[in-house]
Design a protein around this ligand. Sequence first.
Ligand code: TRP
Length: 364
Amino acid sequence: MTGTNHAVDRTRVLTGDTPTGRLHLGHYVGSIENRLRLQEEHECYFLLANLHAFTTRANKPDEIRRDTIEIVKDWLACGIDPERSTIVLQSEVPAIAELTWFFAMLLPFNRVMRNPTLKTEIEAKGLGDQYPFGFPMYAVGQCADILVFRPAFVPVGVDQVAHIEMCREVARRFNQTYCAVDPHTEDEDHPARGGVFPVPAALVGRVGRLIGTDGRQKMSKSLDNAIFLSDTPKQVKKKIGAMYPGQSRQPDEPGDPDINPVFTYAEIFIEDTACVADLKDRYRRGDNIGDGHVKAAVIEAVNDLLEPIRARRADYEKPGGDDLIIDIIRDGTARANTLAEETLWRAKEAMRLGFWRRSLGAAT
Ligand code: TRP
């Protein structure tokens, strides 16, 4: 790793994914695209939130381990560059677990339970009241995931904004409680006024919420309406080909592109905006344009996007690919721990817990 790549003056960025399966197009336009852009100019940390996966799948450790490796393959396939960005394994950053304890004391219980993202998840996954203590706890843990890296930005999909808001609250409260930061201090001034933590901002991607191939719900693995980054051209063709265009019409009948989810994809994935405008116009007028025509254009655009991703992914699917991935996350996590331990020490000193400094052993 060259020194300039991790120069201290570059603004830090942190984001992460819970390894729950392969990444899909919703992840790509919601966050991955932003990460690719950000890694050009910022010091980026990408966290594998593998402990969070245990909140709903504690009995599936093998699956979680597999998903953890697979998600790194997806990241690298998309162009996340481990030479420039730091890939971090959450379960090997002890400072995250420790900060989670500190933050849990600063967040009222009811505040956590009111977190709208948690509420939505409980509903969507049909958890009722049958979830472990660790489930709401993960939202507190996510504040630690973020703040341990003291980042300026957190690129996420809209569904995560409520978590970032809670993280911002905890940062302010910590700084006010333990660092004598005045409660009237502007968010961006916290570090300058002596706060250990910045109040980081969420950065929502180009498409905050991508509709699934069912045309109704958000694209999600569990709803069976997702196009995965690792799908073959044939699978893409089949999934888009089977989409309901929102209306039943003949090629020469006027149609409404605004209620047709295939057009939503056209707008997002076809780069040539003039081409999209023309398709829409002809669709509105019923100018000899069948739904198959629009779908074909979208299928081509999606496959163009996925082709280089598939090619790069293939490199890691060769024998020894998993070992390569583990090397990458070991290196990244070691680098991350240097920063994480420094943050933890500053937090402990602020909390009058700075009795002595420790150092973590090297990974073996
Ligand atoms: N909860 C996030 C998700 O399900 C994943 C995540 C864990 C995360 N820790 C994070 C995202 C920290 C941003 C920052 O997608």
